[in-house]
Design a protein around this ligand. Structure first.
Ligand code: UDP
Ligand code: MG
Length: 204
């Protein structure tokens, strides 16, 4: 009782709603998630932020995570799924935006095996690489992976490993694709439409 997967269990009467927010590095996931939190009351869990917090905390996995992030590669699933699950359990909310995860098919399978939670839908921010590059180089958040060498590797990992996750959910009819190259406010209009299409089902 009390675990995330229990909460999802039909018999318990509670249902945890999860929306995966996917898209390349610099596609605007974090920016739009902040808007969604304000407007729709979700809790935003950014997998990358949880991993960066783990590095800062000085945990035993910290050095390994730091090396992987610097190389633009993907942290082992058990680490990321564990951090997400812990964050969900610690938080009283029942609606979560999971940003930047699952990043590969193995992440997705590990998530399903551990939590049993099927996402309500997948918000996919589609953005041309040149625009993502411009944003990443312009944002200056002091991130160790926002340099041109690491960015190139992140783009490659995204194309090779993360796009197949989007294709997997697309085949299940779960992807809401958003043109993320537009100005922030215009993108949010499209994002709102995607969320309203699920809330309309229950709203009066
Ligand atoms: N990362 C990972 N697994 C995840 C999420 C992030 O390994 O589920 C690592 C990966 O190395 C990635 C980095 O954390 O390049 C930064 O991720 P974040 O989502 O913060 O960056 P974004 O791609 O959204 O700019
Ligand atoms: Mg991000």
């Amino acid at each position: 009782m009390g675990t995330v997967s229990d909460a999802h269990n039909e018999e318990s009467g509670k249902k945890v709603t999860v929306v995966f927010v996917l898209g390349g590095p610099g596609s605007g996931k974090g920016t739009q998630c902040a808007n969604i939190v304000q407007h729709f009351g979700y809790t935003h869990l950014c997998a990358g932020d949880l991993l960066r917090a783990e590095i800062k905390s000085g945990s035993e996995n910290g050095t390994m995570i730091q090396t992987i992030i610097k190389e633009g590669k993907i942290v082992p699933s058990e680490v990321t799924v564990g951090l997400l699950q812990q964050a969900m359990e610690e938080c009283g909310n029942d609606k979560f935006l999971i940003d930047g995860f699952p990043r590969n098919i193995e992440n997705r399978e590990a998530w399903e095996a551990v939590t049993g939670i099927e996402p309500e839908f997948v918000l996919f921010f589609d953005c041309p690489e040149e625009e993502m590059l411009r944003r990443l180089l312009g944002r200056n958040q002091g991130r160790e992976d926002d340099n041109i060498e690491t960015i190139k590797k992140r783009f490659q990992v995204y194309m090779e490993s993360s796009l197949p996750v989007i294709e997997y959910y697309d085949a299940k009819g779960k992807v809401r694709k958003i043109d993320a190259a537009k100005p922030v406010e215009d993108v949010f209009e499209d994002v709102k439409a995607a969320f309203n299409s699920i809330t309309d089902k229950v709203a009066p």
